[in-house]
Structures are given as C-alpha cells and as structure tokens.
Design a protein around this ligand. Structure first.
Ligand SMILES: Cc1ncc(COP(=O)(O)O)c(C=O)c1O
Length: 333
C-alpha cells in the first residue's frame, strides 16, 4: 500500500477537513452485512457548508483558478446541486465571485442548496431542463464572455467538477484511504460510491490503481446507465493523462452497479426514504435521496445477492448531500 513513488500533485488550496474518519457501522453490519463488515468513509464531514465530495475536487480547481488569474468561478448543475453550493461557498471563502447556471424551474421558495447559493451571494441563472440540456455549453460560454467583457476572468468548471483537474481530489483521497485501511486492519475491500458526474468514481478508481490499494472500486449510478459511466470514467482519466503526461501509468477499469436510478435523477422511491430513516436511527448517519441514499441502497441489494462475498469488508464513501435531503423532507418521516 505504498504511495505511487513518482506521482506529483499539482498545487491545492487547503479547504477540506481531512483526513475524514473511516467509521465502522456495527449495527448496520449486524443487520445487513451477512457476515461482512460495513464501513463508511465520512466525506460528508469534509466541512460544514463545504461538506461532501466536491470540496476535495475544488481544492485543486481553486488553486488552478488562482494560479491562472481568475476572479470568478462559473459552474452548472441541478437546482439542488451540491457541487454548485460548494462552489458558491469556496468562492465566498476565497474572495471570488461565483456564477451558477442551474437546471430546473424557479421555485416559489428558496430551499436546501439553492437557498445556500443565494445566501453565499452567487449570481444564479435558472434554465428549464430542455433548454439547459440543449444549450449548456453555449450558456456557460455566454456567462464567461459576459464576465470577460466586464474585465473579469472566469474559470468555467464542468458539471460536478469532474474532469482531469478535479480528479486529483479523489486521487488524494485514495492515498488517505491507504492509511485508513491500514489503521482499521482491512486487508482487502470493496469500495462503493455514488456516481453522478463520474469524477469521484474516476478519481478513486485511478487513485486506487496509482496507490496500489487492495480495493475494488464500484460506482452506483444515480442517472444515465452503466455504459455512460464506463465512458465517462475513461474520458476523465484520458483528460487527466493528457493534462499531466509525466504521471505514472495505471490500469483503470470502471465498475458500475447499474439498476438503482429508480424513476429518474433526483427522484427517490419510498424504499430510499425508508433506508435514510432506518440508517439515521440505527447509526446516526444521514444519507440523501439523490446520491448517497440510492448508492447505499444499491450496495445493500448487491451485498444480498453475494456480489461482495470475496471480501470481509465493504467501504461506502459518504459523499455528503444533506442539504438536498432538507429540500425533500416530506417523504422521509
Ligand atoms: C452528495 C453527492 N454524492 C455523490 C455525487 C456524485 O459525485 P460525482 O459527480 O463525482 O459522480 C454528488 C455529485 O454529483 C453529490 O453531490
């Protein structure tokens, strides 16, 4: 489990509270583990308003923005995007402007992440899903050009901060996991995370290979399908390799647990809300209905079917998302 000798990280800004704990779930293991031990890597604890997986990526993205003289961060996502909220607070913390291009309908009331975006002072454009999907690159370019015309330099961050630059966040997290596994006495494990824009899975898969970790990394897709994420992980890794050609070689195989999207992105069925409630009461751990609830549900179903039976341990990466739950509280109790 030695770190890759010749891996050299680009500059990062210290934003995330790391290392995050690797927490054992005794009651969930007894109830659902079928003899396996369930662990959670608490990346929901990377910060308060900067909570979740996006902060790890933003450490490298913000450093790049500052290095290249940007004074504005532009990014995009759904109305309740955790990534957009984290970007809004990173910008506020660093004294930069944030401009968010959001998909959805303007809500009657600002709730959850959208409320926090406004609280942090981000400029927000909201576009109906049809237009957003059709025109996103042009919409982002327009925002960038508008800032340029006013003498500002904006960095356009892709959906979820998932590209060759953002990948560093979870390459570094994989290095952190090497220490976690050793301290917990875990010899070999399956590692499961939610996949929305693919960067967390891509970073963990690449990081596990670069750091020679005894982990099999799985993403549970919360939108699209297996093929989409196999391609997306490959594209992010290819982008990483193109940007940083002198980094060590590593073999990357994307593994996707498909079948848990339910009726669509951001739409959770009663089984997900039941699981969120059960786990909150059983372990004091809060999942969200968009990402981690579906991913943990997928983990448990696959465990039941024997998918992970070749190991003693399963590590779930809790990527955050609590503010999204606060926008969907009605179905939970
Ligand atoms: C809470 C949470 N978990 C998981 C994910 C998925 O991560 P990624 O976009 O890197 O696939 C996201 C964002 O999409 C998220 O906000």
């Amino acid at each position: 489990m030695s770190p890759a000798a010749s891996l050299s990280y680009p500059r990062r800004v210290d934003l995330a509270r790391t290392p995050t704990p690797l927490q054992y779930l005794p009651r969930a293991s007894a109830a659902w583990g079928k003899g396996l031990r369930l662990w959670v890597k608490r990346d929901d604890l990377t910060g308060n308003l900067l909570s979740g997986n996006k902060v790890r990526k933003l450490e490298f993205i913000l450093a790049h923005a500052l290095e290249t003289g940007c004074d504005t961060l532009v990014t995009c996502g759904g109305l309740q995007s955790n990534h957009c909220r984290a970007t809004a607070f990173v910008a506020a913390q660093a004294g930069l402007k944030a401009h968010l291009v959001l998909r959805g309908e303007r809500p009657a009331r600002a709730e959850g992440n959208y409320f926090l975006d406004l609280l942090a002072g981000a400029e927000v454009d909201i576009h109906l899903p049809k237009r957003y999907t059709r025109e996103l690159p042009a919409l982002l370019e327009q925002v960038r050009a508008d800032y340029a015309a006013r003498g500002h330099k904006a960095l356009v961050i892709p959906t979820g901060g998932s590209d060759g630059l953002g990948l560093w966040g979870y390459i570094a997290a994989a290095e952190e996991l090497a220490g976690d596994l050793q301290a917990a006495g875990i010899e070999r494990a399956h590692l499961v995370c939610a996949s929305g824009s693919g960067g967390t899975q891509a970073g963990l898969t690449l990081g596990a290979a670069l750091h020679h970790l005894p982990l099999t990394v799985w993403g549970v897709n919360v939108c699209d399908d297996e093929q989409y994420f196999v391609d997306k992980v490959a594209a992010d890794v290819a982008d990483w390799r193109q940007r940083y050609p002198s980094q060590p070689e590593a073999e990357v195989t994307a593994r996707v647990l498909d079948g848990y999207v339910g009726s669509g992105y951001g739409q959770a069925g009663p089984e997900i809300f039941t699981l969120i409630r059960d786990l909150a009461r059983m372990e004091g751990l809060v999942l969200d209905p968009v990402y981690t609830g579906k991913a943990f549900y997928g983990l448990l179903r696959e465990l039941e079917q024997g998918r992970f039976a070749d190991c003693r341990d399963i590590v779930f990466v809790h990527t955050g998302g609590i503010f999204g739950l606060l926008a969907q509280t009605d179905s939970c109790l």
